[in-house]
Design a protein around this ligand. Structure first.
Ligand code: TXA
Ligand code: MG
Length: 329
């Protein structure tokens, strides 16, 4: 584990260091050092056209990266920064397209975690930092998750404890006249609409600009099936009849004594659910279960981020497909 002082030195030397944020751990390098940024892509196994978020320490640093900043940006930044909201703005001409995946826009965020703010203020540079997981894997929310994922492949980890929010930041696109959410998170669309007093555009299906928008992202190793509360009993019976051992994450368990059901109670509050979600998915991968069943939370605004991640982590095939997959194990 690195002290802030050590991490400042390593980053200034072009190193790649895992940083705590309030959302998830990030894999950070000085955004103005192309070689260091390239190393992030290599370590993560991330395709070059998937852009990175640049983390900054002050609102004034926005001018180092963005151009044509709309008036709406300033009150939004004042309200939600530092915090789990990333803005997409037009990039300025100095920004290396290595960071933006070749696009003419840039993603910016001031995170609120004390340690990373301390680091950003001391460094005075932007930190390019995607989530500190291999491409397509579950994001890390503790230093141990980062170590499990990368070990010695990176230049160290700053220990900031378990992340408070637990899922990645909300991404709000301000680069066109059609304001829209590209990735839901703890700050909901409704909160932003209420603050602005105007509706955001609803996202249309489009080619994925953000990797978080690809299906089968955030995927755990154990097949994950999302189940509506009303179907929980019947689905459970069906899987038990197939002799499967089941991780179950639900508010209550219909058969708590059953040996083939490894039940964990799920939080009924969306913030608490988000906070433990990735840890729980990793935990479920360490059990002897064949599948993981998760009770789908209610379709309410505050659950948008969680439901988005669960839907992407879930398998999208039939019970028959699943049977043949498991029989090949
Ligand atoms: O909470 C978070 O946002 C975390 C912490 C570390 O800050 N970071 C994170 O980074 O989730 P990453 O790389 O895993 O996801 C960043 C998302 C990706 O979906 C990426 O495509 C999108 O931001 N993004 C970055 N630049 C973009 C751009 N110019 N236009 C559209 N999407 C962009
Ligand atoms: Mg990620």
């Amino acid at each position: 584990m690195l002290t802030i002082k050590e991490s400042i030195q390593r980053i200034q030397q072009g190193g790649v260091v895992a940083i705590p944020t309030e959302t998830v751990y990030g894999l950070a390098a000085d955004a103005s050092k192309p070689l260091a940024v390239k190393r992030i892509f290599t370590i993560k196994g991330r395709p070059a056209d998937h852009p990175l978020i640049v983390h900054i320490g002050t609102v004034a640093q926005v001018y180092d990266w963005a151009d044509e900043i709309p008036d709406l940006f300033w009150p939004l930044a004042e309200k939600f920064w530092p915090g789990p909201l990333t803005f997409i703005l037009k990039k300025n001409t100095q920004v290396n397209t290595l960071i933006t995946g070749g696009q003419d826009t840039i993603a910016l965020r001031i995170p609120s975690h004390k340690k990373v703010l301390q680091l950003l203020i001391a460094l005075k540079c932007g930190l390019a930092a995607p989530s500190a997981n291999r491409f397509g894997h579950v994001s890390p929310t503790t230093p141990q998750h980062v170590m499990d994922e990368f070990g010695d492949d990176i230049d160290g980890v700053i220990d900031g404890g378990a992340c408070e929010v637990g899922i990645e930041s909300t991404i709000l696109d301000l680069s066109t006249k059609q304001l829209r959410i590209l990735r839901p998170g703890q700050i909901s669309q409704q909160q932003i609409e209420d603050f602005l007093g105007l509706p955001l555009s609803t996202m249309k299906q489009q080619s994925p600009r953000a990797p978080g928008m690809l299906k089968a992202h955030y995927a755990p190793a154990t097949p994950l099936i999302l189940v509506q509360k009303s179907a929980l009993d019947s689905q459970l019976k069906e899987y038990l009849a197939d002799n499967l051992t089941i991780n179950l994450w639900s508010v209550s368990c219909p058969e708590p004594q059953h040996k083939a059901i490894l039940w964990q109670p799920s939080p009924t509050n969306s913030d608490e659910f988000a906070k433990v979600l990735y840890h729980q998915l990793r935990q479920f991968d360490t059990t002897s279960a064949d599948i993981t069943l998760i009770q789908c939370p209610p379709e309410l605004p505050e659950w948008q981020g969680v439901i988005d991640r669960l839907t992407r982590a879930a398998v999208h095939f039939s019970l028959d497909d699943l049977r043949s997959k498991l029989s090949r194990k």
